[in-house]
Write a protein that binds this ligand. Sequence first.
Ligand code: TPP
Ligand code: MG
Length: 387
Amino acid sequence: MSQHYFMSDDVVVPTLPTTKPIRLLSEAGRPVTGAQTAGFSMPDSDTLLGLYRAMVLARRFDAQVTALTRQGRLATYPSALGQEACEIAAVAALSPQDWLFPTYRDSIALLTRGVQPAEILASFRGDWHSGFDQREHRIASQATPLATQALHAVGLATAAKLKHDDVVALTLLGDGSTSEGDAHEAFNFASVWQAPTVFVIQNNQYAISVPFSKQSHARTLADRAIGYGMPGYFVDGNDVAAMYAVISHAVARARSGGGPTLIEGLTYRMEAHTNSDDPTRYREKSEVADWLGRDPIDRLEKYLSAAGTLTDEVRESIATDAEALATATRDVMNETPELDPLELFDHVYSAERPALLEQRAFLAHELAETESDPAAEHTEAEMAARA
Ligand SMILES: Cc1ncc(C[n+]2csc(CCOP(=O)(O)OP(=O)(O)O)c2C)c(N)n1
Ligand SMILES: [Mg+2]
């Protein structure tokens, strides 16, 4: 009989993820023991303090950028308020040579990996699509087309494997994006090719206004891993200790040739989807209040304070650094950017294309007209009439 179907007895079938999310820190900030840790151990206190600092800085940056967006300094900003544990743990678990494949939601992950605020925010204010050097930081551009970044991560990881490079690719995905065909293709081929990839799904329970219950009837998204033949972990996404421990394990596994892992962090999007969204139209205040009580930073702060690691002095020094970051972000975003709208057409294709040349000439003409006669600037009504 031909062996088209892979049915060897030697295959180790991954076990189903735990029913309860893996947790190392309780909501009250106490260490968890027993089954819910799934055998993972608490990171050491230096690591936890580093995670705390990064989360505090990230939150301050996020709040500042949301405020700047309300003042019209940025066109749009998808906040990650409340999701700091997933974002910061993912970055902290990587080595410098690894690659990160983020989405529009993950600006604080870029910040934590060392990208400057002005570089992160360039695309959100309508400048270059990616304002930072991707190779220098080993971060791909923040993908807006859902789940495309997961395919890119698998591609890079596969290339690294073929070249025997010591590189792991970690990609961040939203819960909603797992309904895309691209997510399936990425999960499947990462496993078929045993590519050193780590998939971190931030299940913040909404895809804009669509709640998770309308997106999937599965017990957890991590359960899907089994069907692809890779391990899956269902983790408390507001517990940075657990997220860090599980992601680090997956990164080490990928690095040693063990193949991909799928991790679901259960968290909550505290802010609107973006500044153009009104979440009060589709979710109850009580639900938001409930998640406020599970805050990832408060939880770690309680634990570190009780352990004596986080003294008042250290807390104040971190708060001062966070304020300095917010001030620097404000200052740089209050400078008027020198933008050339015609750059929009540069570097789209290696060779010039007639359609793009035509559009470029059209825009150049309009800009020249506006410059010589500011009154020629089209009003919204004129534009609408032309459309
Ligand atoms: C392929 C594609 N389809 C639709 C959209 C429009 N869209 C932008 S964000 C979003 C919701 C995504 O939700 P989720 O994956 O849970 O990520 P979150 O925004 O919650 O971080 C949708 C449908 C898109 N960007 N790309
Ligand atoms: Mg979501």
